[in-house]
Design a protein around this ligand. Sequence first.
Ligand code: NAD
Length: 441
Amino acid sequence: MDMPVKTTESLDLFVNATQQFERALTWVDGIKEGIIDFLINPKRTIHVRFPVNMDDGSTRTFHGFRVMHSDVRGPGKGGIRYHPSVTEAEVTALAAFMTWKTAVVNIPYGGGKGGIVCDPKQLSRRELRHITRRFVAELGDNIGPHTDIPAPDVYTNAQTMAWIYDTYDRMHPGGNNLAVVTGKPLEMGGSLGRDEATARGSWYATEQLLRRKGVPGLETLEGARVAVQGYGNAGSIAAYLFHDAGAVVVAVSDSRGGIADDDGLDPRDVLKFKQDTGSVVGFPGAKKIRNEDVLAYDCDVLIPAALECSITTANARKVKAKLIVEDANGPITAAADEILRQNGVVVLPDILANAGGVVVSYFEWVQNLENQQWSLERVESLLNEKMCRAVDETVDRFDELKAKYRQGFNKGKPGPTLRDAALVSAITRIATVVLQRDIWP
Ligand code: NAD
């Protein structure tokens, strides 16, 4: 029998990552006990503190860190977040997601993530430049094209990446250093298609999941009702790509609130309105709804594209969607995930759904190493191929786990999910390489 279980809920992202990992581990045979700790915890965490002269003549000390979760399958890879409340636990969890994500889509990276505790909205461009350059100088050779490769994350952008490249290049003159960081401006080695990559990858993955009949009661995006939480890079682009594929975008939100229209919103008009006014709220002709109403909106597909831990035990039972596509990292707590499973809601997990961003970062890195610039058509076609293959492998693995379960494996425990399947593939891929490389010395 398919057992309901109670998972203790935490809003700490690393606790959630650990709970997901431990649950997936129950489906994996033959991993040596002694390497489990190595697979879940980060390989290293570097803390740096450095002073910066501010515009008003004062001096402030900033705290930054870089977590390399794993470099088993290749160099560390992951964004750098600038946020006043960024914590080591949050960055560690995001670094772990990167390790699993790069394994699920099978690109030759490990996982990393970084952060600086600061409020970019209160800092001038000069202050941000000095903070970024000093951070890179402090990290020294702990980042590099073949060691650990940063990228943008919350409140960092192509300009931040340009400063990272320039600083690293000044510290290592005479070589091709473009591959030290991805998400750079197009003019200095950025890849075509990087802006849309996360949302585009999630759309390709959704289409493939539907082709594989992975969502009971939902055959196609044509006419499907879609709600999107968060209208930034990932959310707004997902909204117009799903719309272009024939879906009807019925509700969207940002940090100031939500809007809905059962006849369908035009996502590009909403984006233009947000760019002009700062929010989706007030969009002409749409009704205003609360933020939480978007998650509970009557729809077929829900795309959380904003914050971690948005869907919890407090609201998971209200979700009406048949499918949740996790464009955000960690938007569903492990306890809420189990409620959704019991209610038959399919979750296309973050480590697969939003992997398009790191896949195109990988394409940027390859182009930099080869001094090439690929066409947009080539980037999009290779992204589609990578995402479809990863979905196929995950669905095949899911079918395998379901068959094992029917035969009595994991008796008394909850049945498998797509997240379990994706994590089992990731863990197996990483553990295999650990054993092939063999434990040094
Ligand atoms: P972003 O800053 O561009 O957008 C975030 C959006 O969320 C903004 O519109 C903001 O107003 C909204 N928001 C904040 N609080 C909200 C709330 N309480 N309710 C509703 N909306 C709220 O960020 P992004 O790059 O789009 O990233 C969003 C998520 O996607 C994050 O979890 C990020 O880690 C994940 N992600 C992004 C990428 C990428 O390439 N951009 C790649 C992988 C994962």
